[in-house]
Ligand binder design. Structure first.
Ligand code: ZN
Length: 178
C-alpha cells in the first residue's frame, strides 16, 4: 500500500488540504500541474454536498477564472477520484460526485422515483458503520446506499392515490344514476 492510500485509510482524521493532495498525486504520477486542474478543484470545493457534472459546469460558468469543456470536467473528476479527492457515486442515473474531505463513514438515501440522492446525518452513518470491518480487506471508504421513496414522492403518491379513489367514487355515483 502506498503512502497516499495509507493516509487516506486513517478514519476519523482530517485529510491534508485538497491542493496539497492534488500536487502530491500529480508529482507521483509525473503529470503536468496545469492551472485548469487547480481551478476545477477550487470551484468543485465550492459545491455544497453532492453534485453532477452539469451542476459543476454551472459553478464553473459562475466562478471559474477560465472555462473548460465538459469532457475536461469529466476527465478531471476521474483524476480527482483516483487521487482520492472526490467520491464518485456509482448510480444508474448521471454520475454524482462529492468532495472527499474526510474518511468518516457516509450513508445516503436514493429515491427510486425521482432519483434524488441525499446524505444521511454524519452521526447516523457513524453509528451504523463504525464497527464494520472486513477481514483481509483494507476499507478506504465506508459508503452505504439506501434505496426507497423520498418525502416529496411519498406525498405525491398519496395525493395521486386520493385523486384516484375520488375518481372511482364519482364514477360509481355516475354509473348508479344511469
Ligand atoms: Zn423522490
Amino acid at each position: 500500500m502506498d503512502k497516499k492510500r495509507e493516509t487516506i485509510a486513517r478514519q476519523g482524521q482530517p485529510l491534508a488540504s485538497p491542493y496539497d493532495r492534488l500536487t502530491q498525486y500529480m508529482e507521483e504520477k509525473a503529470m503536468r500541474k496545469t492551472p485548469e486542474r487547480y481551478e476545477i478543484l477550487r470551484v468543485a470545493s465550492l459545491a455544497e454536498g453532492i453534485f453532477t457534472i452539469d451542476a459543476l459546469m454551472q459553478l464553473m460558468n459562475e466562478h471559474a477564472k477560465f472555462q473548460v469543456s465538459r469532457a475536461t470536467l469529466f476527465n478531471t473528476m476521474e483524476l480527482f477520484c483516483d487521487a482520492g479527492l472526490v467520491i464518485k457515486h456509482p448510480l444508474a442515473i448521471a454520475a454524482h460526485y462529492e468532495m472527499r474531505t474526510d474518511c468518516n463513514p457516509k450513508a445516503y438515501v436514493i429515491c427510486r422515483q425521482c432519483n434524488t440522492i441525499a446524505r444521511v446525518s454524519a452521526s447516523t452513518a457513524r453509528l451504523a458503520l463504525q464497527n464494520l470491518h472486513v477481514r483481509y480487506f483494507n476499507i478506504e471508504d465506508k459508503l452505504v446506499y439506501m434505496h426507497g421513496l423520498c418525502r416529496k414522492c411519498q406525498a405525491k403518491n398519496r395525493q395521486e392515490a386520493r385523486k384516484k379513489q375520488k375518481q372511482i367514487k364519482q364514477d360509481k355515483i355516475k354509473n348508479g344514476k344511469r
